[in-house]
Every structure is written in structure tokens, then in C-alpha cells.
Design a protein around this ligand. Sequence first.
Ligand code: UDX
Length: 421
Amino acid sequence: MRISVLGCGYVGAVTGVCFAELGHEVFFVDVDPAKVEAINSAISPIFEPGLDKLLAKNNAVISATTDIHQAIQETEITFVCVGTPSNSNGSIDLTYVQSACQNIGQVLKQKDEMHIVVVKSTVLPGTTEGMVRQSLEEASGKVAHVDFGLASNPEFLREGSALADFISPDRIIIGTADDYAHQTLGELYSSFDCPKLCTTIPVAEMIKYVSNAFLATKISFANEIGNICKKMGIDTAEVFTGVGMDHRINPAFFQSGIGFGGSCFPKDVRALIAKAEELDVDARILKDVSRVNEDQPLKMLDLLERHVPDLENKKIGLLGLAFKPNTDDVRDSRATPLVKELLRKGATVLAYDPMAMGNFKRLYPQIEYAPSADSVLEADAILIATEWEDFENLNYQNKIVIDGRRIKKAREGSTYEGVCW
Ligand code: UDX
């Protein structure tokens, strides 16, 4: 098929390149000329292991442009993959989705052939049949599900393993309200060997939110249990090994530590809470999922102050700034509240991360950045905030170490505290 992808950020770049790998012709569209130029030079606009290679391999069937008109005219199906950031009150900001749909509608107005618009951006239930449909219909003068197809197809990609998550997903969710979109998306995904759930558009949108909210809930639950276990001297990981053996529970996403970060879980939980409020539903569980997550990094500082009671003018080493390993992404990283609180307590921070220092410097230019992980060990005490493999090769002998991510080597010969173990 001939596919256009609007938005060359994380979801768009991975989606487009993977479809090209599966033999489709892909036209990327982005308002940012730098991203367009990068893709046309076979350079990935985002960091994701393996993406550069796959982009270069499929360069012949991939093109990028800032000209939406050409891309929509020359393709049969468009995936809307633009960002949906948070507003200050936690609700979802649909500005980029709306302008993308208005622009698509403009082109559909002049397009005779049938076309399908598929929303892959994370949007709350009701958005596709609401604002998206309205924007498309107003701009095109056409009727959704009659003159053009409209569908929802949420993604479940994890940073660091997104290519594998796209090519071998646990399931594919397709929300449609017209046969044309239903058949075409069925065909597009026909080669995927996994369960495919074809449902209504609002259900597909809600599946995305509930999946992320539940994974976030598992993590906050594991951290709450972890805080109890810590006080009782029990190792949380061993507890969850046993708990996870129950097939109704599943062991995944029970790693306790300092909580979840990234561009998805915190934002999606906040958006669901804001939506619930709008509907006059008190989302108590979700609110506490966020509260537990906000407090969890500070547990590390409580443990640190047991060993370094006065942090004023102390140098505290911080290993890990990315929200998880194998990414340069620091969005909502749990390292951020740690740095904020250490600075507030008058400490100096010496931080290191194999990939994310550049991004973190934009948030905190005032802290020290170490040339290597080793050099962080000169500090008065060490905090571990991301479980990079590299940190298993350090010598923590005689160091005070507070570990938020379970680095085995960190216990050896050190004064060691695990946040939940
Ligand atoms: C997540 C979802 O997994 C993915 O399906 C969705 O499409 C986007 O959001 P991602 O944000 O890349 O993906 O990260 P993920 O690997 O899920 O980790 C999220 C956060 O939870 C990280 O900060 C990680 O350190 C933390 N985490 C994860 C835990 O603290 N404990 C766990 O057991 C698992």
C-alpha cells in the first residue's frame, strides 16, 4: 500500500519505517524541515535501537516532505502520529491533532479517490469521532465513513524495543465504523501473526489508556508493597516472583524501585484522571497511582539522609538520568525530582548517563555532569536512578550507595540501601 505518516516523532518514525520494512511505500510528513531532511538522508529523527539501519535499508520506498498535499494525494491511507502533550492541569492537549486533521481535510476536499485517516496518536475516547471527524468534515466538506474512511489504531510501542513491539505485537487493536476502513486495515495487518481485535473507535481509544493506566498501577502497587517490605526486611523482588506465578496476575511490570517515567505513563494517567473529573468520576485509584509515583523517588533521599544526615554542601553522585535504559529520553524521568530535592537541600549533584546528559542539561544546566560513570564514584554518596548495564561494571567498594533500580554489583563492598529491598 501507499501510506502517509503525519508526525515523525517516536510513534510516527517507528510506524512508518516498519511499514516500509513490510513492503509498503511510505511518505512521511512533518512540519519540521530538519526531521524531513534527516529522513531523506536516511537518518532517523529520533533515537531508537535499530531504526537507523532499517531506515537506510528501506530508503528506496521511503520519502519525507513538509508538503502534506502531495503526501495525501499520493497515498491511500494516512496515519496521524502527532504528539498529544499534557496541558498544565493534566488534561490532554489536542492542538497538533486538530491542525493535522484540518490540513488533511483541506487535501481530501480536492481528492476524488477514497482515502482513510487512521488516528495512532494517543487520544481519549470520543476524540476521533468528535474533534477529529469534525475537523476533517469541516475542512473537506465530506462525510466520514461515507466519503472517506476514519479509524483508530493505537500503538503499544516501548522505547528501546519499539521495532520488535511493532513487528511482533501482543495484539493489534483496530477501531472502525465503516467497512472500507475495516477491510483496508485488515489487509494492511493481514501478515501479522497475533490476535487482532476489531471493535468500535471509542473502545479502541480506551484500550490504549487503560493498558497504560493498568501497567502504571502495577508499578505503583509494586512500589507500595516494596515500601512495606523494606520496613520488614523482605526482598520485594522475591515476593513478586511468587506473586507473578499466578497466571491471573503475570509477573511483568512488578519491578519495584523509584517509579515510572517517560512520555506515556505519567501523561496518560494524568489525562485519564482529568477526563474522569470532567465526567464527575473520582478516579481515586489512578490519583494514588500518581501520588505513589511522585513520592517514590523521595524515599531514596530518606534513606540517603540516614547515612548523610546533612546534605548541605555535600556532593551527591547520580547514576542515570534517562527514564529507563537504552534511551536518551528524560521526559518525566524519576531523576528529575531527585535533582530538584537535592538542590533544595543545598547539595551539589554530580550526574552521569550514557546517553541522556544532553537532554537533561536543558532541564538542569546548573548541576555537574561527569565525563564517565567511574568519576561519579568520587562523590560523598551515590544514588542509582536508571538501570543501565554499564553500572554493573563499576567498583562500589566503600561507597554509600542508595539504589533505586536494583544494580547487583552495587551491593559489593558498599554501604548499600535498596529503595524497596
Ligand atoms: C510504555 C508502554 O510500555 C508502552 O506499551 C506504551 O506504548 C508507551 O508507554 P515506555 O514509556 O517506553 O512504554 O516505557 P516502559 O518500558 O513501559 O517503562 C515505563 C516506566 O516504568 C519506566 O520509567 C520504567 O523504568 C518503569 N518501570 C517499568 C518500572 O518501574 N517497573 C517495571 O516493572 C516496569
